[in-house]
Design a protein around this ligand. Structure first.
Ligand code: GDP
Ligand code: MG
Length: 376
């Protein structure tokens, strides 16, 4: 049986190497995080990941539990050579010191950095495969390891279910737009260009009007592009809704007054570049003028994890109360949305998964989304 060991700075890189060289069917047999020792083994150097894989194995390997949990062998005595005539007491103290340093090094390692039981390791690599950031995966696995009774760890189904529950608990949910029948409610959608704001407004409007029988109106402040106004007008005509185009705070007040017998006014806004903070603040002034009850930040699920977090930070100036993630149908994996959901931003209201109006939208559900992130 041929075993190969790959070294890389991240687990993602190591797994890509394995996949590239041994193909998708390679079995991962073992992984460990290694820190090069410096200064006589006293200091920990940069860490790297070692993955041992093989294409000749078709069953998961079973390392002996005692091998997996055996504490690292003590390094050769890092203390300067003690003169032969040094009192035994000094030698004893040096050994004691060395043991303390090793213990400290072990404590500083995150749970995922120690050798993991096989089930957790497999889960860890599955998370990486789902495009979940290595640090997030490490943290999630650490939580599972500390919260799961040892005997349960050998039950893959139980461990996977526990992981799904942990993930679910980290997804904040806002619930759908409120549309009471006794007063007008205003909900605005904001976000970058092209993420699907207008299409989502059309889906929401059609569902509230046709399924929930609410009196709905549309306002657009997206007057930058004629096509954008026409796009919304086409939907308004098809669904048979009143629509107003406003370009100043005075027109906004007037439009809302003319719609004050409606249950819900949905407001479309021009896409803003996340880099244009002045325009985002301008947008906020418009929303204040409208007295918007709900502001939903719309972001595309096919955006990279860092950009998602940064864009949400930039749009914080618009003070969004909820988050809509669009285009989930186009995403090959959804691990990229986790840092955003865990960053303390607004909770999720809706998910959209296609271009069809009004069908391709659903109220966000933490359990379902956790399953989607895990590729279920
Ligand atoms: N695949 C997919 N496309 C979508 C979704 N939502 C919107 N789109 C498409 O994204 C493009 C931009 O949508 P639009 O509503 O004009 O974005 P806006 O600029 O934010 O208003 C259009 O081609 C939409 O059909 C979705 O959930 N999935
Ligand atoms: Mg638009």
């Amino acid at each position: 049986m041929e075993l190969r060991t790959y070294k890389a700075t991240t687990m993602h890189e190591a797994l890509s190497l394995v996949r590239c060289e041994l193909g998708p069917d390679a079995a991962i047999l073992h992984t460990r995080e290694v820190r090069n020792r410096r200064l006589f083994g006293l200091l920990r150097g940069p860490r790297h990941i070692e993955v041992t894989a093989s294409v000749d194995v078709h069953v998961p390997s079973r390392l002996h539990a005692e091998d997996r949990f055996r504490p690292p062998r003590p390094a050769p005595n890092p203390a300067p050579a003690t003169p032969p005539d040094a009192p035994e007491r000094v030698q004893g103290q040096l050994q004691h010191l060395q043991a303390m340093i090793e213990q400290l090094c072990r404590q500083q390692q995150s749970p995922a950095a120690r050798d993991l039981p096989e089930e957790l390791f497999r889960l860890f690599t599955d998370l990486i495969e789902c495009d979940i950031d290595e640090d997030v995966a490490r943290e999630l696995i650490g939580r599972i390891q500390s919260e799961t009774p040892r005997r349960e760890l050998s039950e893959p189904m139980l461990v996977a279910a526990r992981l799904a529950r942990v993930l679910e608990s980290e997804i904040p949910i806002a619930g759908p737009i409120q549309a009471p029948t006794d007063r007008q409610r205003v909900a605005a959608l904001v976000g970058p260009t092209g993420v699907g704001k207008t299409t989502t407004i059309a889906k929401l409007a059609a569902n509230f009007r046709l399924k929930e029988k609410r009196r709905v109106g549309l306002i657009t402040v997206d007057t930058y592009r004629i096509a954008a106004v026409e796009q919304l007008r086409t939907y308004a005509d098809i669904i048979d809704l009143p629509m107003h185009v406003v370009s100043s705070p005075r027109e906004m007040r007037e439009a809302l007054r003319r719609m004050d017998d409606l249950d819900l006014v949905l407001m479309d806004t021009a896409g803003r570049s996340p880099k244009d903070e002045v325009r985002i603040r301008e947008l906020r002034a418009f929303l204040d003028e409208a007295g918007a009850d709900e502001i939903h930040l719309v972001l595309s699920g096919v955006t990279g994890s860092r950009t998602l977090v940064q864009t949400a930070e930039r749009f914080a100036a618009a003070r969004p109360t909820a988050l809509i993630l669009t285009k989930l149908d186009e995403a090959t994996s959804l691990g990229n949305i986790l840092p955003l959901l865990r960053s303390g931003g607004p909770p999720l209201s809706y998910l959209t998964n296609g271009q069809n109006v009004p069908d391709d939208i659903e109220t966000a559900d933490a359990a379902r989304l956790a399953g989607m992130v895990l590729g279920h």
